[in-house]
Design a binder for this molecule. Structure first.
Ligand SMILES: Nc1ncnc2c1ncn2[C@@H]1O[C@H](COP(=O)(O)OP(=O)(O)O)[C@@H](O)[C@H]1O
Ligand SMILES: C[C@@](O)(CCOP(=O)(O)OP(=O)(O)O)CC(=O)O
Length: 511
């Protein structure tokens, strides 16, 4: 009898509301909000009769399919075998589908860590621990290996073409009528992303689902334990490592951090932690003494995740903007300018940080007001009004101050744009954000993360009439094409899922 063990783990997308560029430096923090849109990784035994298994006769096969993309060009198959004292992982269909660096590196490093965990926590050592890992991959020889499917909520990729094929306008209601995990016509490199952080959510959910399926970690079922949970911490450090290696650089890691821990105040890890691992071999895993565990051990990591959430009654709403302009990599240019103008930059960084932290303080003060008797009523009432016109009670005053702070943050970001010559909030985005901020019930907004032309966020009062005002303005905007996303804020991070709880997942997996 084949075991029917099925592991599904999801990770949220991200929006860096405040702290772009600053969070690259450990002296500053940022506000990262996780989204309700998620990335799912499903792991099941690969039947011995499957076509992937018939390719060759190695000791194990791991097949990874990107479920919503054309399957001929989006299934990566890897053979796993032990030769002498090495575990060899080889893609068997590279000539047909090419490589997927994020998947290969994540698989490689996750198996390397799984091996090290087995070798250090069980009585199996060296090659025996490698065999134990292979046994876990093939369910003691009962299956050919593992069948992985990764699926992203529709929000991760632009749905403009899918909407237009159905003659639907680029509006929120149209998006909710698309089927979950809508099939996309072209391979991943030719598909437009929306900026929710597909690779970080992919890597994180892959790491967690594989480690959990192979019984290397036991993921918490209660998300409140998240920050102190040793298994999640290990998933975090491994996902950060794999993601950095696949990207070819050590970024701040806020995207992986929110994919694991959800919404929080983020302070990065010291990049030097990863230095000893960044040049390691990606050919084979030596079945000898551990090299990853000493570095990835959570006790060696110094990132800080402080609890934070958006107040009830407020909604984060996002748009994918298509200005026909390529946003080049901004980070190098901004950091070069900072280096060449240390004094002006220091003052600007400190002023912007003050405004970012003020935003965090005000939002947290509003959270504390949630239990006020008139909180809900005031927030709902403000949905029909211009936020700056009302200061009747402490809740209204806080909403007004949050609005002011969002404007101050944008002022500093435009100053950063002017000084560095990088279009962080380009004039087209200024015009759109200003127009949105004029609407009743819109508190304010900004450009998330690195900024540019690609995306924007608004903080609004969460009522259908405010959403529809924004939706209307976006759909009628002519200077740039603005397409809403369905996502809203969500506090939770990595989550173990039950197949029946995720709408459309069983159908998308073909189960
Ligand atoms: N659904 C998916 N299935 C498999 N790989 C994916 C998927 N989505 C994204 N990826 C991987 O992530 C890469 C995109 O990463 P990146 O350019 O950093 O975008 P992002 O900013 O969305 O993380 C793709 O080239 C691919 O390797
Ligand atoms: C500049 C940054 O601080 C923020 C970039 O945030 P984005 O959300 O723009 O990131 P991408 O997903 O890579 O497009 C760089 C960083 O923190 O790594």
């Amino acid at each position: 009898m084949h075991s029917q063990k099925h592991t599904i783990v999801s990770s949220p997308g991200k929006v860096l509301l405040a702290g772009g560029y600053l969070v690259l430096d450990r002296s500053y923090s940022g506000l990262v909000v996780a989204t309700s849109s998620r990335f799912y990784s499903s792991v099941q035994p690969l039947p011995a009769s499957s076509s992937a298994a018939s390719i060759s006769t190695p000791q194990g096969i791991i097949s990874v399919r990107a479920g919503q993309f054309p399957s001929q060009s989006s299934t990566w198959i890897y053979s796993i075998s032990i030769e002498n004292d090495q575990l060899i992982i080889k893609q068997t269909n590279q000539d047909v589908v090419g490589k997927n660096k994020f998947i290969y590196i994540t698989l490689f490093q996750t198996l390397a860590l799984a091996y090290e965990k087995i070798a250090t926590t069980t009585d199996k050592k060296g090659v025996d621990a490698g065999r134990e890992l292979l046994n876990r991959i093939t369910d003691d020889g009962q299956s050919a290996g593992l069948d992985l499917v990764v699926l992203a909520d529709n929000d991760f990729y632009s749905q403009r073409e899918q909407l237009s094929a159905l003659s639907l306008p680029t509006k929120i209601d149209s998006l909710s009528s698309l089927q979950p995990f809508t099939p996309l016509p072209r391979p991943i490199p030719q598909t437009n992303k929306t900026g929710l952080g597909s690779s970080a959510a992919l890597v994180t959910s892959l790491v967690a689902s594989l480690l959990s399926h192979l019984d290397i970690v036991s993921l918490p079922s209660n998300p409140t334990e998240a920050n102190s949970n040793e298994s999640l911490q290990l998933v975090h450090s491994l996902a950060q490592f794999a993601h950095c290696l696949a990207q070819g650089k050590v970024g701040s890691g806020f995207d992986v951090s929110s994919a694991v821990f959800g919404t929080h105040i983020f302070k990065r890890f010291s990049p030097s932690i990863l230095t000893p691992l960044m040049d390691g071999s990606l050919d084979s895993i030596h079945l000898s003494s551990p090299t990853l565990l000493p570095v990835l051990d959570p006790s060696k990591w110094d990132q800080k995740t402080t609890a934070f959430r958006l107040p009830k009654g407020l909604r984060l709403i996002l748009a994918d903007v298509d200005a026909g302009t390529d946003t080049p990599s901004f980070v190098g240019k901004v950091l070069a300018w900072r280096k060449n103008h240390p004094e002006v930059a220091q003052k600007l960084w400190d002023d912007l940080d003050k405004a970012n932290m003020q935003l965090e303080r005000l939002l947290t003060e509003l959270v504390a007001r949630e239990k006020d008797e008139d909180y809900e009523e005031t927030v709902g009432w403000m949905g029909e009004r211009h936020i700056e016109d009302h200061k009747e009670n402490p809740t209204a005053v806080l909403l007004y101050e949050i609005r002011l702070t969002l404007f101050i943050i944008r002022d500093f970001q435009r100053r950063m744009s002017e000084l560095s010559g990088v279009a962080i909030e380009p004039p087209e985005q200024t015009r759109l954000l200003d127009a949105c901020s004029e609407l009743e019930g819109v508190i304010g907004g900004g450009v998330p993360g690195a900024g540019g032309y690609d995306a924007l966020f608004l903080l609004i009062i969460d009522t259908p009439s405010v959403t529809s005002r924004v939706d209307k303005l976006w759909s009628e905007w002519t200077e740039m094409s603005v397409c809403p996303l369905l996502a809203r804020q969500s506090d939770g991070g990595l989550k173990v899922e039950r197949l029946s709880d995720v709408k459309g997942l069983a159908e998308a997996l073909g189960s």
